[in-house]
Design a protein around this ligand. Sequence first.
Ligand code: SAH
Length: 392
Amino acid sequence: MKIVLKPKRDESLRRRHPWIFSGAIAAGDGAPALGETVDVYSAEHEWLARAAWSPHSQIRARVWTFAEQEIIDSSFFHLRLERALSSRRHYDDDETTAVRLVNSESDGLPGLIVDRYADWLVCQFLSAGAELWKPVIIDHLANLWPTQGIYERSDAPSRQKEGLKPLTGCLAGSPPPELIQVHEHGLKLNVDIKRGHKTGLYLDQRENRQALAPFCRDSDVLNCFAYTGGFGLWALRGGAAHITNVDSSEEALLLAEKNAHLNGFASSIETIRGDVFQILRRFREEKRRPTVVILDPPKFAENIGQIQRASRGYKDINMLAMQILKPGGILFTFSCSGHIAPPLFQKIVADAAVDADREVQIIRQLSQAADHPVKTSFPEGLYLKGLICRVG
Ligand code: SAH
């Protein structure tokens, strides 16, 4: 099948951006099926790309290839998967066994996420194209990265926009146990790949969790939005005297406690289930002064329309964290909203410092881990940013 773009709507494709929005398409011959491969032409009828058709999404097609000679077949997926997997081979040791192997558009496979958790792979098929090629992809994965099993977690909300129903379950091999034990630079973590957030862990924060340890000797650490306690474990490994994990999810906090035991850090941990916005205010009222605070909230801005409200949310928690921190304390602060660009995030943190009436220095800028690469032609792939701040 063939689709033709409107005049002057070929520019982003010439820069190899992989998304074709519905408004850019002038005509097509016939009605391609969900995920079917289409050839994309400019208004001048020049061949541009080969893409997967998503009839229900605003992103109407996602490019598989910009090379005219490249056919979209089983060997295409073999090649792309092999390339993605081999770029993660250096993680293949016992020190770190939870790794993103395929990062969607940035690995040339729009809509496909593959994460390794020890002897299991967890996949998300988030586009019509990835869904269509699922059996082929699973086959290749089973050969290229032999594991005990491949589990599907295609229950991310983005599937809806593609007209796909949520799906979870075992795709190959044996079903996973309730908890899988993985290593993160030697620390042990239990992961619930069936019910956990995303595919089980926030792998994108791996290097940032490790970066926390050196700041934590004898410290009192407040770990906000703790999930299963990853940052807290690194604080304890770094010699923290006391840590407080705060999260709204009971299950996540239970797993955080389990993870602390697993690493022999059972004492000196406090757990608070609640809303971080309220807990920070309570700390302020009670004049509790931690020496390190971590703010790793969920995505506050899902779309452009939510940027302002999200900014207020980020500013609020950052201001509160700065107010309660002991003078000279350390703030690890993050935003995973792709719509909040790094300069805007820095501005929000600067505004928070003014409101908190504290002198704040940025001592390091952080991003997502190296197994979450960002293709230069796909800047949307960069979503996680963080700042390490010294709060005077
Ligand atoms: N720092 C974690 C990941 C955090 S994900 C890690 O490194 O693994 C965000 C977490 O925030 C989720 O666990 C979610 O349950 C929690 N959460 C979302 N909104 C919250 C709120 N208002 N108060 C407390 N926790 C919240």
